[in-house]
Design a protein around this ligand. Sequence first.
Ligand SMILES: Nc1nc2c(ncn2[C@@H]2O[C@H](COP(=O)(O)OP(=O)(O)OP(=O)(O)O)[C@@H](O)[C@H]2O)c(=O)[nH]1
Ligand SMILES: [Mg+2]
Length: 257
Amino acid sequence: MIPTSTPPTDGSSASPSGAPRGPQPPLKSQAVIASGWMHTAKFLTTAPQLHHLPPLTVPEIAFVGRSNAGKSTCINTLTQQKQLAYASKKPGRTQNINLFSLGKQGVTDAVLADLPGYGYAAVPKADKIRWQQVMANYLVTRENLVGIVMMCDPRHGLTELDEILLDIVRPRVAEGLKFLILLTKADKLNREEATKALSIARLQAGGGEVKLFSALKKQGIDEASQLLWQWAHPVVKDTPAAAAPAPLDEPENLDED
Ligand SMILES: Nc1nc2c(ncn2[C@@H]2O[C@H](COP(=O)(O)OP(=O)(O)OP(=O)(O)O)[C@@H](O)[C@H]2O)c(=O)[nH]1
Ligand SMILES: [Mg+2]
């Protein structure tokens, strides 16, 4: 049974408002904890429209981005599961908002949301507009949303629709909503292209973090998992862990090959 409105009770996680509930684990074990936590992901529900989404109080993290950017593949990679989210070569594969619950010992302490991609040329205009409105509403009104992961294929850069989305979420990011741009399919870039893509995206990210990611080369997985874990489990302000938050390595180097 998934608790849809009950906050976690194990003393180690947070409410969507960001109110901390417990101390962080030792820094060294964070990567292992984050990875184990991601692996607990289970399908929760699917919603064709916003009003079909269950109201939740646990922190929710949304994956957004152009069609075919690699959102579903990223969720499968982070959760170390082959077919949790539907990934496909064909753009437009994900058509609903799909929620996946996370949490150990059957206690859901966060939710991942895999959103349909935008910008797929073959989608009829009316459907595109409908979807843009659904997504804008979701990003602006979803109360338990604590963070957004924007997947961006660095070979295309941030598109006009990505920029529109950035504008929509900017006020919430200013209020504390977490924001990460993952430059996907980094395996397609050489070192120089990767460095350039990172610098450009950082200028556009408006204070959010930018990291390289490759499902194929398993690049950026630990960093992304740890960041998401931290978003869902913010530290208590007056603990030593809060005074010295875990530094995340900058995964700016591509795998050597
Ligand atoms: N080379 C490479 N291909 C990838 C990577 N991640 C995803 N892909 C491929 O990109 C294609 C699209 O992946 P999806 O995960 O379905 O993309 P999506 O963003 O969920 O697409 P929609 O659901 O249509 O919005 C698939 O063929 C994946 O195998 C990656 O890191 N490297
Ligand atoms: Mg998808």
